[in-house]
Write a protein that binds this ligand. Structure first.
Ligand SMILES: [Fe+2]
Ligand SMILES: [Fe+2]
Length: 324
């Protein structure tokens, strides 16, 4: 069923009912459809935060491009970081369809008013971190994002389809880096294990606070933006990575991890929520550095934006002249 098959409403009440009907039928809301103001605001917040995460997320890995151990590794890592830039751009475009401009979003990020995923406030200390980030961070992103391919807002859902395809490549390349290291020398295996030890818990925090402390989740699920709760997604992720860790020959740093026959899932230890809130509040190991780098990049790119705007203006004037 698509929106064209429903009768178009006239009054505000009818519009609201029509919106709800589209949601109930699992149809998509498109940019020109009427939507409640809160639905719009909540999507702008979510999509722009997601876009900011992709953009800031380029930093920990870009840091290793020049130090990648071979030309092949360098090319792969560079392609991955470029993919993340592309994800940021698709998402900013999706958010723009809701009425916010790119400049506003950039401004919010630079001013520290907008959030991005806290995971990128951790440092990438060794080459093995490129493996752990790909495997765990992109892996957690996939668990979070696959259900978003069915989000009720059309432009967001469609952007996620391509993003998810690229994220699975990212996860595989991370896994492959770790596999090679874990089958290498004792020092290489130790480096891989150390990276996994440092990235495992922060990757679990990527799913957000526990369900009973996640105030926006219920509304987001009622609007079919979010399809599964934070804890459900976290569980899925843990169930996915435990057997993968076995293949890698690495351990996960949670002594309480154990298969629970009754639940059909792995039990896990308690997350350090104090650390989660500290990083979220801006006091993680790299928050200040990531923001400074983004501000500098924005400033360094000013001449490009000005040149592009001047060129576009010139082109528009020329085509206007040609038309008259
Ligand atoms: Fe991405
Ligand atoms: Fe990625």
């Amino acid at each position: 069923m698509n929106s064209a098959e429903l009768t178009l409403p006239a009054t505000d009440d009818a519009q609201e009912r029509y919106f709800q009907e589209l949601i109930d039928r699992d149809s998509r809301i498109e940019p020109r459809d009427w939507m409640p103001a809160e639905y719009r605001t909540s999507l702008i917040r979510q999509i722009s935060q997601h876009g900011h995460s992709e953009i800031i997320g380029m930093q920990p890995e870009a840091n290793w491009i020049t130090r990648a151990p071979s030309l092949k590794r360098k090319a792969i890592l560079m392609a991955k970081v470029q993919d993340e830039a592309g994800h940021g751009l698709y998402l900013y475009s999706a958010a723009q369809t809701l009425g916010i401009s790119r400049d506003e979003m950039a401004e919010q990020l630079i001013a520290g008013k907008a959030r991005y995923s806290s995971i990128f406030n951790y440092p990438a200390l060794t080459w093995a971190d490129m493996g752990a980030i790909g495997w765990l961070v992109d892996g957690a992103a996939i668990c979070n994002q696959v259900p978003l391919c069915r989000a009720s807002y059309g432009p967001y859902a469609r952007a996620m389809v391509r993003i998810c395809k690229e994220e699975s490549f990212h996860q595989r390349q991370g896994f492959e880096i770790l596999l090679e290291l874990s089958q290498g020398t004792a020092a290489q295996k130790e480096m891989a294990q150390d990276a996994v030890n440092r990235w495992y818990w922060p990757s679990l925090m990527m799913f957000g606070p526990p369900d009973d402390e996640s105030p926006n989740s219920a509304q987001s699920m009622a609007w079919k933006i979010k399809r599964f709760s934070n804890d459900d997604l976290r569980q899925r992720f843990v169930d996915m990575v435990v057997p993968q860790a076995e293949v890698l020959g690495l351990t996960l740093p949670d002594p309480e991890l154990a298969w629970n026959e009754d639940r059909g899932h792995y039990d896990m230890g308690e997350i350090d929520w104090a650390e989660f809130h500290e990083v979220l509040a801006g006091r993680g190991p790299c928050n200040a550095q990531r923001m400074q780098r983004r501000r500098d990049a924005h400033e360094d790119g000013r001449w490009v934006r000005e040149a592009a705007a001047a060129y576009a203006e010139k082109q528009a004037a020329a085509s206007l002249k040609a038309a008259s």
